[in-house]
Each structure stands twice: as C-alpha cells, then as structure tokens.
Design a protein around this ligand. Sequence first.
Ligand code: PRP
Length: 182
Amino acid sequence: MRVPSSIERVLLDEETIAGRVRELAAQISADYDDADALMLVGVLKGAFIFMADLSRRLTIVHHVDFIALSSYSRGATSTGAVRLIMDTRASVTGRHVLIVEDIVDTGYTLDYLLRNFRAREPASLRACALLSKSARRQVDVPVDYVGFEIPDVWVVGYGLDYADRFRTLPYIAALKREVYAR
Ligand code: PRP
C-alpha cells in the first residue's frame, strides 16, 4: 500500500472499515425491518463512498437519494452557517429517512439537516455517521448510528478530503499537521 507523503498515519484500514460497515448495515436492516421502504439520504460529497458501501450491505428495501450542502468557514473555523445547494430528488414527506454522513464534527451540518428535514414531516428521521469527532462538537446533535469515534485530527480518505484531495484513498488516515495548520 503506497501512502502519500502528506499522510501521518492510517487510523482505519480497509478491513476495519468494511467490518464496521457490515455491522451498521445489519443493525439498520434489523431496525427498519418492519418499516416501509427506507430512504437513505447521502450528504455530498463526503458520504459518497460510505453510502455506496452501506447501501449495498442492507438487506431491506431501500432507496438512495443525495443532498449537497455548502458550509461557510473562516480558515479552519466553521462559522456554523450552512446552505442547501442541491436538494433530494424525491420528497421526504411521509418517508422513513436516514441521513448518511461521513463525519459529524462541530455538528452544525447535521443539526441544520435534521431541522430542515423535520419541517418536511418525514415518517421518521435518523442519522448515521461513519465517523464522529465528539471533542469538536458545538451543538448537541443526536447521531443514531456511529461507526467510529475518532480523535481531533484532520482525517482524509474514504470520501473525506483536504482541499478536495485524498477522497478516494481506500482507508481513513490522519493528515500531517503541517499540511493543514498553515
Ligand atoms: C463535511 C462532512 C459533513 C460536515 C461535518 O462536509 O461531510 O457534512 O463537514 O462537519 P460539521 O459537523 O462541523 O458541520 P464538507 O463541508 O467538508 O463538504 P464535503 O462533504 O463536500 O467535503
């Protein structure tokens, strides 16, 4: 495995991620067994790989949809302002909706999404995040399914980026501090 020089260390390798995704998919499949078709809503861009792997492991009837947001930041500091730039194709009203995120960091994005979706009266609304960085949380937001708790380091790979790079690394790795702390 060739690791780019900007990478400090691999935190979660492919096998570890795949094992946890299988567990999450089994739990979600069991929880929604009695529900009508589940609507998965992946949050672009970061969730695209997790969404693809998670959805293919579900054993229940489900649909996939996507949403794109843009969050405003000042340098590395999130301002908490979130803007919807692409909505789901299908309506979420009356549906069982599961928001699929790659990471919950400050929580501003998921908090915005939950409030925005709740207003549209889905039958149920939950969130699944592969990663959670609880140490950075600014808003107390509920995450129903969490893959891994991770430390407060900049992580890339498996959908996550730094300046839109490293998204397609098959593992999740910590970036060297000197790359992002300029
Ligand atoms: C990332 C991630 C979440 C959000 C979490 O998206 O995919 O949506 O940040 O951060 P928060 O909890 O602090 O709000 P980003 O804005 O980097 O866009 P991207 O998914 O297109 O990379």
